[in-house]
Design a protein around this ligand. Structure first.
Ligand code: SF4
Length: 258
């Protein structure tokens, strides 16, 4: 009998956007160890106390009914790796023959590695908030950042045979153009990298609600230049798991410290 108390605070039955090429369900776990001022999930990040809890049994039952239609499940947050029950939730999903995806901020490399090594997760999307230096990361996360953990998580994803994507939400107030290109350089060799333009409104820090995003032209140009840097790697973006490690990963440790 499991001793886990599953605190699932949100369940979306079908999503086309969380895992390109798959129709996925999405589970939301509450709480986060970061306080990104531009976060759009404040209720959840702050613990989700006002949100109803979804029983895992009814979610599993519903996923059974959706079999053959929904073929993957994404677990997101908040920060899912704060929950010691996370491996058990993934195992329950795997037992139903589902592919699994984790969204994470990379602060818990031990949990991340355990999930990968245990074959519990098929795809990981990791938010990398800023160039990997203490000042930039603290500004973007609102906390003293566990930078060594973030570096280790980047390292784990790039060295292991796991389908992955790094993502960064950018806004001019926190990310200069130089910052964005420096970060792409630090992530060179990744399987996938995606910039997301900040969307004003409903932010964890109300002072960010009306912050302007990058204009469309600049954003597209940054996207293009970042992709160019990332793909200077010997491993094409989006290539499936099982590919050889990129040539660029040989300099990875040095770049992550830069
Ligand atoms: S955006 Fe930041 S604060 Fe919000 S859930 Fe993600 S890591 Fe946590």
């Amino acid at each position: 009998m499991s001793t886990c108390s599953y605190k699932i605070k949100g369940f979306i039955e079908t999503s086309f956007i969380d895992w390109p090429g798959r129709l996925t369900a999405v589970l939301f776990l509450p709480g986060c160890n970061f306080r990104c001022p531009y976060c759009h999930n404040a209720d959840l990040a702050l613990g989700g106390h006002r949100l109803p809890t979804w029983p895992i049994s009814s979610i599993l039952e519903r996923l059974k009914q959706l079999q053959g239609w929904v073929d993957g499940v994404c677990i997101t947050g908040g920060e899912p790796t704060l929950h010691s029950c996370l491996p058990e939730i993934f195992a329950l999903l795997k037992n139903q023959g589902l592919k699994t995806k984790l969204d994470t901020n990379g602060s818990n490399p031990e949990m991340l590695e355990g999930l990968i090594d245990g074959g519990l997760v098929d795809y990981v999307a990791m938010d990398v908030k800023a160039p990997l230096n203490r000042f930039a990361y603290a500004q973007c996360t609102g906390v003293v950042p566990p930078l060594d953990n973030i570096r280790e998580s980047v390292h784990i994803l790039m060295k292991k045979d796991i389908h992955h994507q790094f993502r960064t939400t950018i806004l001019p107030k926190l990310h200069s153009i130089e910052d964005i290109l420096r970060l792409a350089e630090q992530l060179r060799g990744a399987m996938g990298y995606k910039l997301q333009n900040f969307n004003p409104g409903n932010t964890l820090d109300p002072a960010f609600e009306n912050e302007p995003p990058y204009d469309h032209t600049t954003f597209c140009e940054l996207q293009r230049r970042s992709q160019d840097i990332i793909s200077l790697s010997g491993r094409a973006i989006g290539r499936s798991a099982g590919a050889d490690l990129p040539l660029a990963s040989r300099g990875l440790e040095a770049r992550l410290q830069a």
